[in-house]
Ligand binder design. Structure first.
Ligand code: 1HN
Length: 349
């Protein structure tokens, strides 16, 4: 707008400024959009293209010095903000043979999906979980955790954290453990015996996250295999399951929903969209995902992200398995989560 009215308004805005006030009518349309208007873009990180750069970091800095030797996957629409979606962080972490990533804890919850190698471990509150390709491990808010690599090969995993969510609430607390590696005070497998064997202790565990912190791929894959044989694939998602908290049936983490899905041979999924921007990591197989204007041809170990409300569909020739995570856990708790399948209707359903 130009002319005398614009001049009067601008003068008025200048006089509001020292009082730390601003006119809503100038920004209302950007604040309350008729449907999600995200800066997050569809993006794909092909492992074959980035692996050598990740390994190069191993020559430049030790895990000890870095504390965590990670390349952050920055969404192209959110560069410099250390986030893969508006609400979530992701990175690829490298740990070399013999290295230790020292013990610490923070209010941010984390997940790991093992991309390459085996024979590393994550210790969570004194109990070790081995890390093999496809294994999914959580380190819930406030738990002590350290990593080590006891194999003779590099080990790489995808980290997902709720850092932007914790930042939104200004609720970050963190501390280093007095010891570099926490004492392994609980035998491996104790938590599975207590919470993951169809039994539960009579007293509930404290905390909102799943007490089971390791979900080995061998078991997950076996379940998918059996479910895949009875042919009840969802038209959009194939056979998609959530990783569950055995205590309450909720998501494994209260802030990050995590999923595994199998696409049967020849699956050509229907177009759909949801309000949870989703990060996918390929566990097995090859395929294509259409995300808005982009089409990603993906293969094992690739990571890609689909923004909120961006139409997407998946297709494969041969069987494939995708791990994924999103903020759906938070959105569902707040009554915000929506999904729509083609044909897309209005924005208010
Ligand atoms: C963290 O604690 C880990 O424990 C990885 O492996 C990545 C990124 C930001 C803040 C904490 C880990 C992290 C992180």
């Amino acid at each position: 707008m130009t002319g005398p009215t614009a001049a009067r308004r601008n003068d008025y805005y200048r006089r509001l400024d020292p009082h730390a006030m601003a006119p809503l009518w100038e920004v209302l349309g950007d604040l309350v959009t008729p449907s999600p208007a995200s800066r997050c873009r569809p993006a794909c990180w092909r492992y074959a293209e980035i692996r050598s750069l990740l390994l190069e970091s191993g020559d430049l800095i030790s895990a000890r010095e870095a504390e965590r030797r990670v390349l952050v996957l920055e969404n192209p629409g959110l560069r410099g903000e250390s986030r893969i979606t508006t609400s979530l962080y992701a990175g690829l972490q490298l740990i070399l043979p013999g290295e230790i990533a020292p013990a610490h804890r923070h209010t941010q919850a984390a997940l790991r999906f093992v991309v390459e190698g085996e024979g590393a471990y994550t210790a969570v509150d004194g109990e070790k979980a081995v890390m093999r390709e496809g294994d999914f491990i959580i380190t819930p808010s406030g738990t002590w955790h350290d990593h080590g690599n006891e194999s003779d090969r590099p080990v790489v995993w995808l980290d997902g954290l709720d850092i932007p969510i914790v930042s939104l609430f200004d609720a970050s607390f963190a501390e280093r453990h007095p010891d570099e590696a926490q004492a392994h005070s609980r035998p491996s497998g104790e938590t599975v015996a207590r919470y993951g064997s169809g039994l539960l202790p009579l007293e509930s565990p404290s905390g909102r996250a799943s007490p089971i912190f390791s979900f080995p791929y061998a078991k997950t894959r076996d379940a998918l295999d059996r479910l895949g044989k009875n042919g009840t694939a969802d038209a959009c998602h194939g056979i998609r399951m959530k990783y569950a908290n055995p205590v309450d049936g909720g998501y494994a983490l209260p802030t990050i929903a995590t999923f595994i899905q199998l696409f049967p041979r020849g699956f050509a999924g229907a177009l759909h969209r949801s309000t949870d921007a989703t990060v996918f990591c390929v566990a097995e197989g090859e395929g294509r995902t259409v995300a808005g204007e982009e089409t990603f041809a993906w293969g094992p170990r690739d990571t890609f992200v689909v923004p909120s409300w961006c139409p997407r569909r998946h297709e494969v020739e041969e069987e494939a398995v995708l791990f994924s995570f999103s903020d759906r856990a938070v959105q569902e708790s707040l009554g915000l989560w929506r999904e729509e399948r083609e044909p897309f209707g209005g924005t208010w359903t």
